[in-house]
Design a protein around this ligand. Structure first.
Ligand SMILES: Nc1nc2c(ncn2[C@@H]2O[C@H](COP(=O)(O)OP(=O)(O)OP(=O)(O)O)[C@@H](O)[C@H]2O)c(=O)[nH]1
Length: 342
């Protein structure tokens, strides 16, 4: 019997539905002990507030990008997990929306530390599959994005490297658009099965424990895969994080966010935040993907409520191109009740 712990890498562009899939796996009654390793892009982390309350263990890695600077952290976390007496049945790694999955996968095959400790070869873990979640509405825009010479188009890399493609958000596109996206995906990666879904609702047997990662296929397509090579992200995508204590005027902040995304949504790929609205004990979760925006509260079953002693800290992050840090900060702060009274 194979006693190695299967690792599933969940990748996909910003806002495609990775956390939605993780939440879905966590709430499904599968009887497995799962550890989740989360890596988030952006100056201010908010995903800790977006992942459902769970008995499973969630490890945050927010000091850099998993495919570049924090591979060491990933290895350390894996060693820690593997030393446990009560071993996990599965490990999920959610990458940032801008990660290249290749160097993450490579970690399990070429890293000296993993080899020394016998996790590979010594057979403690195995890479089960790379799942790439695709936003059916926005993916074409990102696949078409031109990048500077020498840099990678992360959306293309994520599709190319997938063992399974979860074509998510099919509720947002017509049949014609969906077929067009399917063709685009097939042209980049003809080998990966495409699973269509909305809200990442898919049969988990088709995505977990599937033994789909095939080193031979990768080596046939990318002979240098096992060589530790440099890669460069496109440098025009940046993030602006905002942290501010205090209560917000609900109407004002909603008006500000809708106007901002309406005007700048082509450049703001992703926005999200945890908000404290005046007169409410609920924690509000704001989610934006380009121009689409939603605001839900813990009363709708999203996130975790404010704890009685918790500091009412608003946390937001904007990820995209041409972000005006000063303007975003000033216009957000103008939505605080205190700013209005001043
Ligand atoms: N309409 C629609 N919205 C969806 C679907 N799946 C997820 N969303 C929404 O899309 C937004 C982004 O979803 P997430 O799961 O946070 O995406 P993500 O890939 O984890 O985002 P990042 O970690 O920021 O890259 C949220 O507002 C979700 O509720 C879907 O199938 N249809």
């Amino acid at each position: 019997m194979d006693s190695r712990v299967p690792i599933t890498v969940i990748t996909g562009f910003l806002g495609s539905g990775k956390t939605t899939l993780v939440n879905r796996i966590l709430t499904e009654n599968h009887g497995k002990r799962i550890a989740i390793i989360e890596n988030e892009f952006g100056e201010v982390g908010v995903d800790d507030g977006l992942v459902v309350e769970t008995k499973e263990e969630v490890f945050e890695m927010n000091n850099g990008c998993i495919c570049c600077t924090v591979r060491g952290d990933l290895i350390r976390i894996l060693h820690k997990l593997l030393k446990r007496k009560n071993k996990f049945d599965a490990i999920l790694i959610e990458t940032t929306g801008l990660a290249d999955p290749a160097p993450v996968a490579q970690t399990f095959f070429v890293d000296k530390d993993l080899k020394v400790c016998g996790c590979v070869g010594g057979a403690s873990v195995r890479l089960d599959a790379i799942l790439t979640v695709v936003d059916a509405k926005h993916i074409r825009h990102h696949l078409d994005k031109e990048v500077e010479e020498g840099a990678e188009n992360e959306a293309v890399e994520q599709v190319a490297f997938a063992d399974r493609l979860l074509l998510n958000k099919i509720d947002l596109v017509s049949e014609e658009e969906k077929q067009d996206v399917r063709q685009r995906l097939k042209a980049i990666n003809g080998a990966a099965e495409i699973i269509e879904c909305a809200q990442a609702r898919c049969d988990l047997d088709r995505v977990l424990g599937i033994r789909a990662f095939d080193l031979e296929r990768i080596l046939a397509e990318e002979p240098q895969f096992l060589e530790d090579s440099e890669h460069t992200h496109s440098s025009d995508v940046t993030s602006v994080g905002i942290e501010a204590e205090g209560e917000l005027d609900g109407e004002r902040v909603q008006g500000w966010l809708s106007a901002l995304l309406r005007e700048k949504g082509a450049d703001i790929f992703r926005s999200k935040g945890i908000l404290c609205l005046a007169g409410s004990y609920e924690k509000y979760v704001f989610q934006g993907v380009h121009m689409l925006m939603s605001l839900a509260s813990t009363a709708d079953g999203v996130g975790r409520p404010w704890a009685p002693v918790e500091k009412r800290l608003n946390r937001l992050v904007f990820i995209g191109r041409n972000l005006d840090r000063q303007r975003l900060n000033a216009s957000f702060r103008a939505c605080l009740v205190a700013a209005r009274a001043a």
